[in-house]
Design a protein around this ligand. Structure first.
Ligand SMILES: [Zn+2]
Ligand SMILES: [Zn+2]
Length: 390
């Protein structure tokens, strides 16, 4: 089945505008909680379409489309922020802002939701219920979802279910993937400080070498996921930075590590924290030095759990659109603050393939050469419109 045959003709006709919209947003990326120009662009687009909309969450936007018929209130969400990455795609529509890039595809998410809104609004005489549009800032680190929820994005009218998507470079265009239950991880940044005692590099017995202790600690924690968490559950511990010492012939008095921990459940994440702390304290005790673990709560998200019934419905819609063979299961240890909406209401979050080897679109999310296959925008838009029953 060629999925293009199943995209509604009105959307096929809009493709040049849809792609141009994404390219414009791509050229003008803004960092988390600084999406002012993006917000103005979205408000302007929705107002031109005659869609009721307003600012929310400082740099976010909500809109509402009321159908002519009775039915439930569904929310569709797109995130808005870009990343502190210097773009190296060489694309004609590359970022015009130094060091800022839409390297996660949120430009595509906004274009999809804008054009889905346009199509839904044009069909509101057959729409059952209402559709709440949520353009949410600050997904990448600050957690804009919680702010939008606290400011009432799920109220007036009271939203009954919510859907979100991520364009995903690891899957080819045409594929749609999701599953019910946990689909994205809960995460925390962690900071570890190991404090020994400085001394001359030629006289190690007079100091306490924090680098040797750090090496022992890093090796030991590799057993936590291998030997403490269940083989049937998923967890990750990664240290991304290590720093310590000031000269090659001086015993380093302190080593600092920063990392991330991820799990598919709160219980597993609590176990990781407990075991990292125990291994740290035990290792430091053995070497007669001090170890401190700090769990950072900013930018930490809860597990994203999909509702069974809504996910079954999304899978059915996806199969009708792209065919059974292109629909499958997926989950990732990435974290996503859509989890906070899913914690409030029945929700389904799904991945829309956006990679394309033939077009050279092969780089992963957050990479300086990350790009989206623009054909994926049609699939995302069509999915959102069909989820609204149109
Ligand atoms: Zn991202
Ligand atoms: Zn993202």
């Amino acid at each position: 089945m060629n999925y293009n045959d199943n995209i509604r003709p009105e959307l096929i006709n809009l493709k040049p505008q849809l792609v141009a919209c994404r390219h414009y947003l791509h050229q003008h990326p803004e960092l988390s909680a600084k999406e002012y120009e993006t917000q103005a662009y979205i408000l302007n687009f929705l107002k031109k379409e005659g869609i009721e909309c307003k600012e929310m969450g400082t740099t976010g936007v909500i809109g509402t489309i009321h159908g002519a018929k009775k039915g439930k209130v569904i929310a569709l969400r797109a995130d808005m922020d870009a990343l502190p990455v210097t773009e190296k795609t060489g694309a004609a529509f590359s970022s015009v802002k130094d060091g800022v890039m839409h390297a996660c595809g949120h430009d595509g998410h906004m274009a999809i939701l804008l054009f889905a809104a346009k199509l839904i609004n044009q069909s509101k005489s057959s729409l059952k219920g209402s559709v709440r549009l949520i353009f949410q800032p600050a997904e990448e680190n600050i957690g804009g979802a919680e702010r939008m929820i606290s400011e009432g994005c799920l109220k007036n009218p009271s939203v009954e279910e919510i859907y979100g998507l991520h364009l995903w470079g690891a899957y080819p265009t045409g594929e749609i993937r999701t599953k019910s239950g946990p689909i994205m991880a809960t995460n925390n940044e962690i900071k570890v400080t190991i404090t020994g005692k400085s001394g001359h590099g030629a006289m190690p017995h007079q100091g306490i070498d924090s680098i040797v202790v750090a090496a022992q600690f890093i090796s030991s924690i590799q057993t936590i996921v291998a030997r403490n968490t269940s083989p049937f559950s998923s967890s990750v511990i990664t240290f991304g930075t290590i720093e310590g010492g000031s000269a090659p012939n001086v015993i380093a008095p302190e080593v600092r590590l920063r990392g991330t921990i991820r799990s598919m459940s709160d219980e597993d994440k609590a176990l990781l924290v407990k075991r990292i702390d125990e291994v740290l304290k035990g290792t430091c005790q053995a070497f007669n030095c001090q170890g401190e673990l700090e769990v950072v709560h900013e930018g930490a998200y809860i597990t994203l759990v999909n509702d069974h019934q809504r996910t079954e419905n999304v899978l059915k819609i996806a199969k009708n659109l792209v065919g059974d063979s292109l629909v499958g299961e997926a989950y990732t240890m990435g974290a996503e603050d859509f989890s906070y909406y899913a914690n409030e209401l029945p929700a389904c979050y799904f991945f829309v393939g956006a990679g394309n080897e033939e077009k050279g679109i092969i780089y992963p999310q957050h990479h300086s050469k990350f790009d989206l296959d623009d054909d994926s925008l049609l699939i995302g838009t069509e999915m959102f419109v069909r989820i609204c029953g149109l």
